[in-house]
Design a protein around this ligand. Structure first.
Ligand code: AMP
Length: 249
C-alpha cells in the first residue's frame, strides 16, 4: 500500500510569532521554519506502517514556495521514499490545498493519506476533511491510534471527554493528533541518504487547479499582553482582590 503524507512548512513552534506592522499577517522573513508538528507525527506513522510491512511506499507532498523542498527533505530523512513539491507563491488556503492534493491522489492512487489534524500557523483544521469530501473517501480524524486490518483501518479518535473508535474502509484519510506517536529524529546517515531521494516538482496548473484564495484576511493582531503577576501577603488580601478586582467571587 502506498501512503501519501502532506507536509506543510510552518513557522517553528518554538518561535514567538510576530505580527507584520501592517496587520496583514505573521512575519516569516528571517524566521526559523520547520515541518508542521502534526505532519511529523503523520510521517512517523507512515514510516512505522512501512516498518511493519503494511506500507510499501511513502510519498511526502508539500505545497508552497520552492523552499518547501526542505520540508520534504526532512520527511525523506525520517523515512519517506520520494517527494512531490507543488510550487506556487500564491497564498494557499485549505480548499486550494485539498483540490491540489485530490489531483495528486488521483495521479498517485495511494491506499491511505495520513496528514496533520491542523497546521499550527493558520489553525484551520479543515484540509483533511475537505480532501475526504472531495474524494468521497472515509476519514478518521484526530487519530491517537491507527490499526490497518486488510481493507479497513480502525482509528481511535480523540474526542471531547474520551476516545471514539471508528472502522473505515480504505482508501481513506487519517488526520493525526498529538498522542498518536513520538516522531523520530532523522539520523545523520539518513539525512545524507535523503539527499539522493527524488523530489518531483510541479505547478498547480500542471494539476489543473486554480489555487487562488477564496478568503480575505481582514486583519491579524497580537493577543493582548498579559499583566505581570503580584505576590500577596495574606489569604484575606487574595479574597479581596478576587472579589473587588477580578470580580470572580
Ligand atoms: P489545516 O487544515 O490548514 O489546519 O492543515 C491540516 C493539514 O493539511 C496539515 O497538517 C498538512 O498535513 C496539510 N496541509 C495544509 N497545507 C499544506 C501545504 N501547503 N502543504 C502540504 N500539506 C498541507
Amino acid at each position: 500500500m502506498k501512503i501519501l503524507v502532506p507536509v506543510k512548512r510552518v513557522v517553528d513552534y518554538n518561535v514567538k510569532v510576530r505580527v507584520k506592522a501592517d496587520g496583514s499577517g505573521v512575519e516569516t522573513q528571517g524566521v526559523k521554519m520547520s515541518m508542521n508538528p502534526f505532519d511529523e507525527i503523520a510521517v512517523e506513522e507512515a514510516v512505522r506502517l512501512k516498518e511493519k510491512g503494511i506500507a510499501t511506499e511513502i510519498v511526502a507532498v508539500s505545497l508552497g514556495l520552492a523552499n518547501c523542498a526542505e520540508t520534504i527533505r526532512t520527511a525523506l530523512a525520517m523515512g519517506a521514499d520520494r517527494g512531490i513539491l507543488v510550487e506556487t507563491d500564491v497564498e494557499l488556503q485549505p480548499l486550494a490545498v485539498a483540490k491540489l492534493l485530490r489531483a495528486i491522489v488521483q495521479k498517485e492512487q495511494p491506499g491511505l493519506v495520513v496528514m496533520g489534524k491542523q497546521a499550527i500557523d493558520d489553525d484551520m483544521n479543515a484540509t483533511g476533511q475537505m480532501l475526504a469530501a472531495l474524494l468521497g473517501w472515509a476519514q478518521g480524524t484526530f487519530a491517537s491510534k491507527v490499526v490497518i486490518d486488510g481493507s479497513k483501518a480502525v482509528v481511535t479518535r480523540e474526542v471531547d471527554g474520551g476516545l471514539e473508535t471508528v472502522e473505515i474502509h480504505l482508501p481513506a484519510i487519517v488526520t493525526t493528533d498529538l498522542r498518536l506517536n513520538e516522531p523520530r529524529y532523522a539520523s545523520l546517515p539518513n539525512i545524507m541518504k535523503a539527499r539522493k531521494k527524488p523530489i518531483e516538482t510541479m505547478k498547480p496548473a500542471d494539476l489543473g487547479v486554480d489555487p487562488a484564495p477564496r478568503l480575505t484576511t481582514v486583519s491579524v493582531a497580537e493577543p493582548p499582553k498579559r499583566q505581570a503577576g503580584v505576590k500577596l501577603k495574606s489569604v484575606a488580601e487574595l479574597v479581596a482582590k478576587l472579589k473587588l478586582e477580578a470580580k470572580v467571587i
